[in-house]
Design a protein around this ligand. Structure first.
Ligand SMILES: *Cc1c(COP(=O)(O)O)cnc(C)c1O
Length: 381
């Protein structure tokens, strides 16, 4: 398939990056589990840790087509993709500016490991472009953002960040997990490198741990050079499961985004709910920006119950919606960030990030909206 850029999104999801079954002409990609391949004349030494088995190589084409980049790499987890990519572009004495609100694992990687490598880092005070500008130093090599963010769904201006970075000769990276390439293609706004926890929307069925990075050939070469040393590649069986999952990604994410908007509108009107955080609500402070850079607003939202209603007691009463740490599956889940993802932060740190004890994060699945509403209604009673 030579001209993917002309194909529609569902066609890319279904067909780009298939492994052809030449022998039996089966409809789906065969899985090549070999860790050993005969040498051929061309300079390809296939080996799973070199990220170049047939299944790995072909799946990268699908992910690159989805993110509209030249190339991609897939990893054994989202954090393998994030850590490998950061270490590829940051050397001893370099500096990185990261946005204030980040996925907990990324934050931990930076604050627990970077000192050992002699890498300097700063977090922005807020998400304004002035905040990013202020932290840039002589030795800044990377600007790192995540939008929409977890768990408050804040939105960062991708184009403004990309322009600021270009002026200063800095590489930009985005964690695009929450939006997925269905709702947001950051390369359109000038961002260089897109990172994913494929465990979330790309996998979509709560049964795969994987990660991905999409970028230009030049940037992917830089990442590959360290990736083969760090060894975080994905096993071919899981590669195959991920390929299968990606076939329905647009259908799933579109449905999840519609459901989430409907749930946000319902919760916003519910007298027992004090606040809803969803970039698709006109009352969201970044609504205009979200509308500019996103196609739909995604399947994640957060909300707070009115004072005096115990969030844990409410979640325990839910029957259809499950309490769960992970997110983005076809089934709806809720969690309390204070009790789970942000439990290790001090109450002050949570307060600084705007995370209240009663906050509930809602990962909206593909169920019927009316059934989700009925479940919330009966639990609130
Ligand atoms: C889950 C997640 C990650 C980490 O991915 P793993 O697959 O768990 O390693 C990174 N970023 C975001 C936004 C996530 O939700």
């Amino acid at each position: 398939m030579k001209s993917h850029n002309k194909l529609g999104i569902n066609t890319i999801c279904t067909h780009v990056g298939e492994v052809k079954d030449e022998q039996f002409k089966g409809a789906i990609s065969p899985i090549y589990l070999s860790t050993s391949y005969e040498f051929d004349n061309v300079d390809v030494k296939r080996y799973p840790r070199y990220f170049n088995t047939p299944n790995q190589e072909m799946l990268c084409k699908k992910i690159a087509a989805l993110e509209k980049t030249e190339n991609a790499l897939i990893f054994g987890s989202g954090m393998a993709a994030v850590s490998t990519t950061l270490l590829a572009f940051l050397h001893k004495g370099d500096h990185i500016v990261l946005q204030q609100t980040l996925y907990g694992g990324t934050y931990n990687f930076v604050v627990e490991e970077f000192d050992k490598f002699g890498i300097e880092y700063s977090f922005t005070k807020d998400l304004s472009i002035e905040s990013f500008q202020k932290e840039i130093k002589e030795n800044t090599k990377v600007l790192y953002i995540e939008t929409p963010s977890n768990p408050l769904l804040t939105v960062t201006d991708m184009e403004a960040v990309a322009n600021l970075a270009k002026k200063n000769g800095i590489v930009t990276m985005i964690d695009n997990t929450f939006a997925s390439p269905i709702n947001q293609t950051p390369i359109d706004f000038g961002i260089d490198i897109m990172l994913h926890s494929a465990t979330k929307y790309m996998g979509g069925h709560s049964d795969i741990l994987a990660g991905a990075v999409a970028a230009s050939n030049e940037h992917i070469d830089i990442i590959w050079n360290i990736a083969k040393n760090l060894g975080g590649s994905l096993s071919d069986f899981t590669v195959w499961m991920l390929e299968r999952s990606l076939k329905t990604m647009n259908l799933r994410v579109k449905c999840q985004s519609e459901n989430a908007l409907n749930m946000a509108l319902y919760l916003d009107k519910n007298p027992l709910v004090s606040r809803v955080y969803y970039p698709g609500l006109e009352s969201h402070p970044n609504y205009a920006l979200a509308k500019k850079q996103m196609k739909n607003f995604g399947g994640m939202l957060s909300f707070e119950l009115k004072e005096g209603i115990d969030a844990m007691a409410f979640m325990n009463k839910l029957e259809l919606i499950k309490p769960s740490m992970s997110l983005a599956g076809v089934e709806s889940t809720m969690l309390s960030p204070t009790q789970t993802s942000h439990a290790l932060l001090s109450p002050e740190e949570r307060e600084n990030q705007g995370i209240k004890d009663g906050l509930i994060r809602f990962s909206v699945g593909i169920e019927e909206t009316k059934d989700l509403i009925a479940d919330i209604e009966q639990a609130l009673k």
